[in-house]
Design a protein around this ligand. Structure first.
Ligand SMILES: *Cc1c(COP(=O)(O)O)cnc(C)c1O
Length: 373
């Protein structure tokens, strides 16, 4: 079966966690089409992207800062660009940063691009893979004895992309501040799906992903700073005094920022539904585990819609199936379900974000049917 890409999320049930909360609404699609030309938001620019009033990027920026609980925000091309900007502005080449053991690969890319060493806070391992907040204090000590000084920055992955664990950001922020280390929260998988407030959590910086968790086509995201750190992150150029150095002057300067602007009011509503989303996830896990020889990994019960399953059941079926491991994605596709990596049967990640109870029942029934093969 093959569809126009734009129709996949209309005609199929897509379980890919990367995409379930990034689906663009009709309103976002329409707005993006209206701003499809290059530099389309720049007609009335007086030199500062975030001060443009028509379209009202200025009002949107203030609204976004309020929404995420930061003193200042700027739109970026994604969470990774935000992480790089934060690291680059807080640390100097050769400095060390401490990151959690579930950190996304882009955290390492950002650190390497900024010339930084990374120390890792180990996770708890199987089956929870959680990050103990106290691990940060231990990593700070290790960093101090190995390098002679504290790390320049700590980073916490709020919800990781491997297990969908929700980490205790407030507890980690407290450990960091007790040690005098600033902390950035990577909210790529949380902000936009669930309520997240940087100030309430006590973090100094936050980064988020528009195309992952705000239903914005992007590429787009944003970064925010709380308190004294805002001046550092948003410092201006000595040669071009209107221009922000970490933003290279301007970031999202076209349909991507329009997508995020259009998505924000929708996101404000949808996050109110978060407890129901988590309930659905838990019901889905229960239904999958009931099939037998399928196990949810990570913290139980789920606190986020990204689920990683260990699936010896489907692996066994694949071993004797004509299509080998491809039978699973193929059987699902026959039932209008997509988003699993073709060929993968030992384990997989799915997200039930945004699906109705009836759709959840249908997905469960499909997996159960395929289990009988
Ligand atoms: C997806 C993801 C990213 C990357 O987000 P971009 O906006 O594409 O840069 C970063 N961190 C985590 C934890 C992610 O899951």
């Amino acid at each position: 079966m093959s569809y126009e890409r734009v129709a996949i999320d209309e005609l199929m049930i897509n379980l890919n966690p990367l995409q379930t909360a990034g689906r663009a609404s009709a309103a976002v699609r329409k707005a993006v089409a209206r701003f499809s030309d290059g530099y389309s938001v720049c007609d009335r620019c007086e030199g500062v992207l975030h001060d443009i009033e028509k379209p009202d990027i200025k009002g949107f920026t203030a609204e976004l800062a309020e929404f995420i609980g930061a003193d200042r925000v700027a739109v970026t091309m994604g969470a990774r660009e935000g992480k790089f900007a934060v690291m680059h502005s807080v640390a100097n080449p050769g400095d060390t940063i401490v990151v959690d053991g579930n950190a996304h690969y882009t955290t390492f890319m950002a650190a390497q691009r900024a010339g930084l060493e990374t120390f890792i806070v180990p996770g708890s391992g199987s089956p929870e893979y959680s990050i103990p907040p106290q691990g940060y204090a231990e990593a700070f000590e290790q960093c101090k004895s190995a390098t002679g000084k504290l790390p320049a920055l700590a980073l916490l992955t709020h919800v990781d992309g491997s297990y969908g664990n929700l980490s205790d950001a407030a507890a980690v922020a407290k450990v960091c501040h007790d040690a005098g280390v600033p902390v950035v929260l990577n909210a790529a998988y949380s902000a936009g799906r669930m309520p997240v407030n940087a100030r309430e959590l006590g973090v100094d910086f936050i980064v988020a992903s528009g195309h992952k968790s705000f239903g914005a086509s992007g590429p787009v995201g944003f970064m925010g700073a709380v308190g004294e750190w805002a001046d550092r992150l948003f410092r201006l150029s000595p040669t071009h005094p209107k221009k922000n150095i970490e933003l290279l002057g301007c970031t999202a300067r076209g349909s991507n920022i329009i997508a995020l602007m259009t998505a924000l009011p929708i996101v404000k509503k949808r996050i109110l539904n978060w407890p129901a989303e988590v309930e659905k996830t838990r019901r889905f896990v229960e239904g999958m585990e009931k099939i037998g020889d399928i196990f949810q990994e990570g913290v139980k019960p789920k606190q986020h819609d990204l689920i990683r399953f260990d699936t010896p059941l489907y692996h066994r079926i694949g071993e004797r199936h004509r299509k080998r491991g491809y039978f699973l994605s193929s059987e699902l596709a026959d039932r209008g379900i997509t988003g699993l990596k073709p060929g993968q049967t030992k384990w997989f990640k799915v997200s039930t974000y945004g699906y109705s109870d009836a759709q959840i029942d249908y997905i469960l029934a499909s997996f159960a049917e395929i289990a009988e093969m």
